[in-house]
Design a protein around this ligand. Structure first.
Ligand code: DX5
Ligand code: ZN
Length: 229
């Protein structure tokens, strides 16, 4: 298993002061920035694009930016995000006509590639492509909105994908996204996740400042460490 990563989803940050929010959450101990891209087509919501990613890089953010594309089609926007400073680009197989090609496209632009499985997407989509991936992202809510509740069947799915990754012998990360909180992260870690997205749990913490974020991140890391033994 890979070292633990906490990736706050900036979807729940205050967009009116996004640079400060990202600085605060990274200073609070977060590892990556999770960047949710929604297009009002693949999902019924509209968020941020490459311009904002580039603005965060220009602002001085050096942490990995974990771009979660909820857009259809995928391929046209990949080079734009690579140029804007994305580190990892993940996409949904339903949104790409040629999944293997999209994975290679992401890598050819110098980024790591991830595939995202919705709650009802079978894990068989990983057949024939798993070994080319740097990351598998399991959705524990239906994509489109922050602040939804964790869907419990994601735990069994995590266990099954964990087995496949372990069998592959490759350093592929297993990321979970949706409804992750300080009080359920231990069982999520025990099921096999090593990379944890959390939006509302962090950015809606009372006070919404660096100390509040640090308290949540610290509780999450302690819980994961306890679960991993
Ligand atoms: C949902 C997004 C998530 C979301 C998570 O489509 O992919 O990253 O921001 O938010 P919480 O942690 O509040 O469920
Ligand atoms: Zn996401």
């Amino acid at each position: 298993m890979q070292p633990t990563v906490i990736a706050p989803s900036i979807l729940s940050a205050n967009f009116a002061k996004l640079g400060e929010e990202v600085d605060a959450v990274l200073a609070a101990g977060a590892d990556w920035v999770h960047f949710d891209v929604m297009d009002n087509h693949y999902v019924p919501n509209l968020t941020i694009g490459p311009l904002v990613c580039e603005a965060l890089r220009k602002h001085g953010v050096t942490a990995p930016i974990d771009v979660h594309l909820m857009v259809e089609p995928v391929d046209r926007i990949v080079p734009d995000f690579a140029k804007a400073g994305a580190s990892i680009i993940s996409f949904h197989p339903e949104a790409s006509a040629h999944v293997h090609r999209t994975v290679q496209l992401i890598k050819s632009h110098g980024c790591q590639a991830g595939l995202v499985l919705n709650p009802a997407t079978p894990i068989e989509v990983l057949d024939w492509v798993l070994e080319d991936l740097d990351l598998v992202l399991l959705m524990s809510v239906n994509p489109g909105f922050g602040g939804q509740s964790f869907i419990p069947s994601a735990l069994d799915k995590l266990r099954r994908v964990r087995e496949r990754i372990d069998r592959s012998g490759k350093p592929i990360r297993l990321e979970i996204d949706g409804g992750v909180k300080a009080d359920n992260i231990a069982e999520i870690a025990a099921a096999g996740a090593d990379t944890f997205v959390a939006g509302s749990a962090i950015f809606n913490a009372p006070g919404a400042n660096q100390q509040a974020y640090a308290d949540v991140v610290e509780r999450m890391k302690a819980a994961v460490q306890g679960a991993r033994g």
